[in-house]
Ligand binder design. Structure first.
Ligand SMILES: [Ca+2]
Length: 245
């Protein structure tokens, strides 16, 4: 069996959104203008990515992965040059994230068939630019994003993971997670099997005084042996040690 992928580079930059299609059978790549050479100042580029209409009503969403990423580092972060992702058809849709410097999420998923992407660079002719970005997108079944937690309002967001293996991570990983996040994952494996968790990376806020999990003032991961919050706690982790269970 031979696997292959076809790609298409879309290098035009237009303030009028360019409508591009996400396919389930191949990846498409978008790069910043001039990539891998430095992009220009004073850019406004917009792309609207839509799941292929043949499958858009079959539970497909847009998935983005990064190949390369280097934008100007500014202070405060991302106030000069920024790449933003919106969960819908325009910049009026919910903002999934805005990224700069070398920091970007592992993966970005839309929640429905549209993902709007906007690249902005600041206007000053003497300002810094950089090599820019290259990211690829495709259409995937929405079940693939079942473990994605977008909570930032302090309410519990419960995600159900079912199957024999999988991966999940904190919001925005490996970009630092936002404040006020409450993510709960319930993991179900086939009958007769047990769940094994392996942490591949672990880095939480270390500014805590005591490992008191009743307080809302610390960042922590708690692992429970069952389906509800009342069941036995197996492990409580609130520091940066790598843990295996
Ligand atoms: Ca700049």
């Amino acid at each position: 069996m031979v696997l292959y992928t076809a790609g298409l580079n879309i290098i035009d930059c237009s303030t009028i959104r360019q409508w591009v299609t996400a396919s389930a059978s191949y990846k498409t790549t978008i790069t910043s203008p001039n990539y891998p050479f430095n992009y220009d100042n004073n850019l406004e580029c917009a792309w609207l990515i839509e799941v292929d209409s043949d499958i858009s009503f079959h539970g497909y969403i847009v998935k983005v992965t990064f190949n390369d990423f280097k934008l100007e580092l500014s202070d405060p972060p991302c106030t000069n040059d920024v790449l933003k992702f919106y969960d819908g058809m325009s910049s009026l849709s919910g903002l999934l994230g805005g990224y700069c410097d070398t920091h970007h999420p592992e993966v970005i998923y839309s929640t429905r068939q549209y993902l709007y992407v906007k690249f902005h660079t600041d206007a000053y002719y003497y300002d810094l630019t950089n090599k820019g970005f290259s990211f690829s997108f495709s259409a995937v079944k929405q079940e693939e994003a079942a473990g994605i937690c977008r909570s930032t309002d302090g309410s519990n967001k419960v995600r159900s993971l079912i199957g024999t293996s999988g991966t999940f991570f904190s919001p925005n990983y490996p970009v630092p997670y936002p404040n006020d996040v409450r993510c709960i994952w319930t993991i179900s494996v086939p009958a007769g099997k047990r769940v094994k968790l392996t942490f591949e990376d672990f880095d939480l806020d270390k500014d805590f005084v005591t490992c008191d999990y009743q307080t809302e003032k610390i960042d922590y991961v708690q692992i429970r042996d069952g389906q509800v919050s009342e069941v036995k706690s197996l492990r409580f982790i609130a520091d940066t040690r790598r843990q295996g269970l």
